[in-house]
Design a protein around this ligand. Structure first.
Ligand code: PHE
Ligand code: ZN
Length: 869
């Protein structure tokens, strides 16, 4: 490993800032390699002390420093700071500096995205623009002037309201913006470029008219409508559900092609990865439409949960992200199918969050130690964070939860606060002691809830016992008991619900807070089957010794749709895990037995088509992986395929029926169409796998006849799954059609990266030379290299180590271009804990190679150093 060890920052070391900045006047003169920035800050000393002012800055060429109009030179510069000694308690600080957007490939600070200037400041990117107090608890009002060439940059945008503009000599022009709200610098944004503009309006519940402006690449106007519609839905929903109204007169969204993440909630000026804005039937799938609606809503909801009330320090990131993800999940559920949404949320937790908690990157939703903040935009902070908020919602009820939210805004509007402040508001508004609940914020790891029960036929009593178990994680040895809400019900053997308790309620909620708690039910006529963890009421692993029969019963008879799906998933995963070590005949028998359990689901009429499709979908390899302590990669992959194929063959007639049953309508993103496409394309996958003789015909017909991307892509996916030669032919056609459309081509890159063919590495290397591929664009890199490392099980985990080496070689290059993306893509390589010893060594060897790279970024250093023994 490299020898210079970067600084570890600790949550417990938090100190108030020594100085505050309450007003900022920024002026940008944009030029590709030398943009001039003038930053005039009104600074006040915070408290009684005589410490100097220490500003953050990175890669900045300093021209001058003035205090109260007088140039000073008694400052010291380091790699990442500027220290200014002054006796004044209140002064105006003027800094003039130069930055180079063109050479900024990190996509943090000010950079160029396909010819347009844009900024990304969260978490600590503002320091790449000018010297500043780059921390979220320094809140200021911003006035921003942008000067640029008018022809190439007709639109000059920043936060807040446009207050003035004018012309300059040499065909230059300027625009001035003023944001009336206090904000931390991570919410600052600037965009300059030439775009197509989609305009609309929104009238708030109190009657104010808001101008909505969506900026997209030239020629993409027709692909912006869905995003704009989604925005209006989100604005309305936040008013009706949370009583929260938009606060500025204008809301702008800009779609850019080069972006590290999904999108950014800069005040009044969201910047989006174009992947989460642009959609039409030809180029976007149903899933894309869904994601756009969700991300648009997510960023909009941040205006209150994130911007009006923000984070005191970055350890509190889940304050805004957990809460905002919870809000966008509730919104999405209201816009379409709640159960399909919930299943999707749970998949993310089980596939990725459980994996993170089982790895050397394990951390609580409020981390304690950080080297590179960009490494903590994680599924733990975001998605487990949202689960923690959801548990509060469950424990307090909707009314109680909303009362807590109301108090939170009353207390903290305009401030930078902590997760504890949030929980305290919930506690005070509900008069409920949440001190034990708070441990969810400080404790990492996936709890296990072990359930046992016993029935006494003579006394007609049933006892059920819940025990919480916690094991050490890489970051924490000591664990404490948590508050775990467990929603459940009991079924009798006729699959009827047993009434529980006096209120004649049929669903119970147990608040498990002790390490072990039992409940006893009287007058129970036969041994009940428990249906547990309804709606995934807590992010835990559940352990109850279900028989296959009992799981079948829960799948068919539970009142909770999530529990039904989950029981089906457990039937599948039990079957897959049990195949190891069996003879072929035994494998056949047990597969047949499992598959037969799903016969009634095929026939079922009491569930939606969408849920049916979910139940008939096998758990992913990643989910299965997380269910085991040690994984035989090849064995698991094989077993999953065996069951997949058996389902295909056993229900071949059904797949054919499902495939041909629905009348095709012209594409619309509409609930009933979406679920029909989902079922039809699932059926197509199974048909392809079943070896159905004329399936190639079906595939070709659908490919040629499709009026939308969902159906075209489904053909490619199916042909790939079935390992058909047709796959290569259709891929060629697809490329010919879309080679000028990088966003569409990403789907094609990803499919290639996921093929299970021996030539996979040669294939990827060749694609890296494709005219649309560039290491500078995160979407391309994620599609090709990310898909390979995250999802191509046989290629990445090839026992000869070639997959690991390939990814490591790439990361060594990417480290120089974009450390943030490199640190994301290294994830599968640091998750070696469950694989066999041979692979563990191969993976660690590659991690060491990357670790020895000259100029290793903090991003990669943090992940690698934690991961190596
Ligand atoms: N704050 C953004 C979101 O969740 C994510 C983000 C983080 C974007 C850092 C860019 C950089 O909505
Ligand atoms: Zn967010």
């Amino acid at each position: 490993m490299s020898t210079i060890i970067p600084e570890i920052k600790k949550r417990s070391d938090y100190q108030q800032p020594d100085f505050l900045i309450n007003h900022v006047d920024l002026e940008f003169t944009l030029a590709e390699t030398s943009t001039k920035v003038i930053c005039v800050s009104q600074v006040t000393r915070n408290g009684l002390h005589n410490r100097p002012l220490i500003l953050d800055g990175e890669g900045i060429e300093l021209l001058s420093v003035h205090i109260n109009g007088i140039e000073v030179s008694n400052y010291q510069q380091t790699e990442n700071s500027l220290t200014i000694d002054t006796d004044s308690n209140e002064f105006e600080l003027r800094i003039v500096n130069i930055i180079n957007p063109k050479d900024n490939s990190s996509l943090e600070g000010l950079y160029l995205s396909a010819g347009a200037y844009c900024t990304q400041c969260e978490a600590e990117g503002f320091r790449k623009i000018t010297y500043f107090l780059d921390r979220p608890d320094v809140l200021a009002k911003y006035d921003v002037t942008i000067i640029a060439d008018k022809k190439n940059f007709p639109f000059l945008l920043s936060n807040g309201n446009k207050v003035d503009s004018g012309e300059l000599p040499d065909s230059m022009h300027w625009v001035k913006w003023s944001d009336p709200f206090n904000k931390p610098c991570y919410l600052f944004a600037l965009v300059a470029g030439d775009f197509d503009l989609l305009e609309d309006q929104f009238v708030t519940q109190s009657g104010r008219t808001i101008a909505l402006e969506l900026f997209v690449d030239k020629g993409m106007l027709s692909r912006g409508q869905h995003a704009l519609d989604s925005l209006k839905k989100a604005m309305r929903w936040d008013e009706t559900e949370f009583g929260l109204e938009y606060d500025l007169d204008i809301y702008m969204i800009v779609a850019v092609d080069f972006f590290n993440m999904g999108a950014m909630e800069n005040k009044g000026l969201n910047v989006f990865n174009s992947k989460f804005v642009l959609a039409d039937a030809q180029t976007a799938t149903d899933e894309d439409y869904f994601n756009i609606e969700a991300v648009i809503a997510h960023e909009y909801f941040h205006n209150w949960t994130g911007n009006r009330v923000t984070c005191r320090d970055w350890f509190q990131l889940s304050l805004k992200e957990g809460l905002t993800v919870f809000r966008d999940q509730q919104f999405s559920a209201d816009m379409s199918s709640p159960i399909v949404n919930r299943i999707q949320n749970v998949r993310i937790i089980r596939e990725r969050q459980f994996a993170e908690d089982a790895s050397t990157m394990s951390h609580p939703i409020r981390p304690d130690e950080v080297i590179e903040m960009n490494n903590f935009y994680t599924v733990t902070v975001y998605d487990k964070g949202a689960e923690v908020i959801r548990m509060l919602f469950t424990l307090l009820g909707k009314t109680g939860f909303l009362a807590g939210i109301k108090l939170y805004f009353k207390r903290f509007d305009g401030q930078a606060v902590t997760c504890d402040d949030f929980v305290q508001a919930m506690q005070d508004a509900n008069d409920k002691d949440l001190s034990q609940f708070r441990r969810w914020y400080s404790q990492s790891g996936t709890p296990k809830v072990v359930v046992t029960d016993s029935y006494d036929p003579s006394a007609k009593t049933y006892q059920i016992t819940f025990e919480q178990q916690h094991s050490a994680t890489f970051d924490q040895n000591e664990k404490q008991d948590l508050v775990i809400p467990i929603q459940f019900s009991l079924l009798n053997d006729k699959l009827e619900l047993i009434k529980l308790g006096d209120a004649k309620q049929q669903q119970k909620m147990l608040e498990l807070h002790d390490s072990k708690q039992s409940l006893e039910f009287k007058n129970i006529d036969s041994k009940p089957i428990p249906s547990l963890l309804h709606g995934f009421s807590a992010p835990v692993k559940l352990d109850y010794p279900y028989s296959q029969q009992q799981l079948g019963n829960v799948m068919l008879g539970s009142p909770d749709e999530f529990a039904r799906w989950d029981a089906g998933q457990k039937l599948f995963s039990d079957c897959i895990h049990d195949l190891a070590g069996k003879t072929q005949q035994q494998q056949k028998d047990s597969i047949n037995q499992t598959v037969a359990m799903f016969e009634p689901i095929i026939e079922a009429t009491d569930i939606s088509l969408a849920l049916k499709a979910e139940i008939l979908t096998l758990p992913s390899f990643e989910t299965l992986f997380q269910q085991m302590d040690t994984v035989d990669i090849d064995g698991l992959n094989q077993s999953r395929k065996l069951l997949f194929k058996a389902l295909a063959q056993k229900f071949q007639n059904n797949w054919l029926t499902q495939y041909s049953k629905f009348e095709k309508q012209p594409y619309a993103y509409q609930a009933n169409q979406v679920e029909q496409r989902k079922m039809r394309n699932l059926a197509l996958k199974y048909l392809t796998l079943s070896g159905q003789h004329d399936v190639e015909q079906l595939l070709i017909e659908q490919f040629n006849g499709a009026d939308n991307m969902t159906d075209s892509l489904a053909v490619l996916g199916a042909a790939q799954l079935g390992d058909l030669d047709l796959f290569e032919k259709l891929m060629l056609l697809f490329e010919q059609k879309w080679h000028n459309d990088p966003l569409v081509l990403d789907k094609w890159f990803a499919l290639h990266a996921n093929t299970e063919r021996p030539d996979i590495l040669a294939r990827i290397s060749m694609l890296m030379g494709h005219s649309q591929f560039t290491i500078n664009n995160p979407n391309r890199v994620r599609a090709l290299i990310g898909t390979f490392s995250f999802f191509n099980v046989s290629g990445f985990h090839n026992i000869d180590g070639s997959g690991y080496k390939f990814v490591a070689d790439y990361l060594i290059k990417l480290n120089e271009v974009n450390p943030q993306i490199a640190a994301r893509i290294i994830t599968p390589l640091i998750q070696w804990q469950k694989v066999d010893k041979v692979r563990q060594q191969l993976m660690q060897h590659q991690l060491m190679r990357i670790g020895d790279t000259k100029g290793l970024s903090n991003d990669l250093f943090e992940k690698i150093s934690k991961s190596l023994p």
